[in-house]
Design a protein around this ligand. Structure first.
Ligand SMILES: [Zn+2]
Length: 342
């Protein structure tokens, strides 16, 4: 257990030496929004599963599930986590524009299957390491499922193969990358001086103004909302021509202006839904871990009492033996003294 904890800490340490530029901005915003809504025992629970050096700041771990996958962020262990790669997305048949769990998430190997699985795992009894792993995956996957192109078309790998130029840039980017970070970067740079805290305040205001009925528990609805954005918005360029992997796109102000508010709504909703989920989990998770801690501490106290009593007895026995020995060594002398008197 100690070795496992140490290895897990090493992975955490290694993965956060290298941090992506703006890539994790969306993920950390969602987790920070979620954390702002925690109530009752949830903050304490989250604190107990966050490495001490993050002081309960769960948003620092929002991109852990991505970071473990790559050699530049996890040089010694990235190979061991490749199994988790398909858990970050759902591929639907091109332009099918609906989600079919049996068809699109075979064996629960997709982002919605992963959210259900890690939610269930946190509701069952797990050791500390497994709980942490489940929590870090869960907070990331709830973020992923709110990025529309993480429920994208199979043939172009969620827009990764649809390439082109953005804002007159000379380098080639792709649609997935634009929706992951490119559009957000423009927004942060232009309107928030690239200050993530100022931007967080803006998204926080959006979140608290969301309508109260928002399908906070319905993952299928979250996916349907995403797919609607994919099919009705993302693939249409500034002249309303459908983009695809066979031709490079040219996108700029028009596309940015009509997309950024959609992205911000997804961030705000993702944050609120994750907050609801974490609050629910804090209530429904097994309380045995804390009971066990109590049991452990009472058994530790009992052990200490036994050791103290044994120690006292040992000292007492030692004193008795010492007195007897002293008495014996004194008696012949007194005999000798008395005999010399005679
Ligand atoms: Zn991801």
């Amino acid at each position: 257990m100690v070795i496992k904890s140490w290895l897990f800490s090493v992975v955490l340490f290694e993965t956060f030496i290298y941090v992506y530029g703006w890539g994790p901005a969306g993920h950390s915003t969602i987790v920070r929004l979620a954390q702002s809504q925690l109530s009752d025992t949830a903050p304490e629970w989250i604190l107990s599963l966050t490495p001490w050096h993050w002081h309960g700041n769960l948003s620092a771990l929002a991109s852990w599930a991505d970071d473990i996958l790559y050699p530049n962020t996890n040089p010694t262990g990235y190979d061991n986590w490749q199994w988790s790669r398909p858990l970050h997305y759902i591929n639907i048949p091109d332009w099918s524009c609906n989600y079919n769990h049996e068809r699109d998430c075979v064996g629960d190997i997709c982002v919605s299957g992963a959210i259900k699985n890690y939610t269930k795992r946190l509701e069952t009894e797990l050791d500390d390491i497994q709980q942490r792993e489940a929590l870090y995956f869960l907070i990331h996957f709830v973020g992923d499922i709110h990025q529309p192109l993480h429920t994208g078309f199979a043939s172009d790998r969620g827009g990764n193969d649809v390439k082109g130029h953005y804002m007159n840039g000379t380098y080639l980017t792709n649609l997935h990358s634009l929706w992951d970070s490119g559009l957000l970067t423009t927004r942060l740079h232009r309107d928030f001086h690239s200050n993530a805290s100022l931007y967080y305040d803006h998204i926080y205001k959006l979140m608290i103004n969301l309508p109260s009925e928002d399908n906070d528990n319905n993952i299928e609805q979250w996916i349907d909302d995403n797919i609607k954005i994919v099919c009705e918005h993302i693939y249409f360029d500034e002249n309303n021509i459908t983009m695809n992997a066979t031709a490079n796109f040219t996108l700029g102000e028009v596309y940015y202006n009509r997309s950024i508010s959609i992205i911000e709504q997804r961030l705000a909703r993702g944050g609120r839904r994750l907050g609801v989920l974490l609050n629910q989990l804090a209530k429904t998770r097994p309380q045995k871990s804390s009971d066990q801690k109590n049991k452990l501490s009472s058994s530790t106290i009992a052990l200490i009492v036994i050791l103290v009593v044994e120690g006292i007895l040992a000292i007492a026995v030692g004193i008795i033996f010492f007195i007897r020995y002293k008495k014996r060594s004194w008696e012949p002398n007194s005999f000798a003294l008395s005999s010399t008197k005679e």
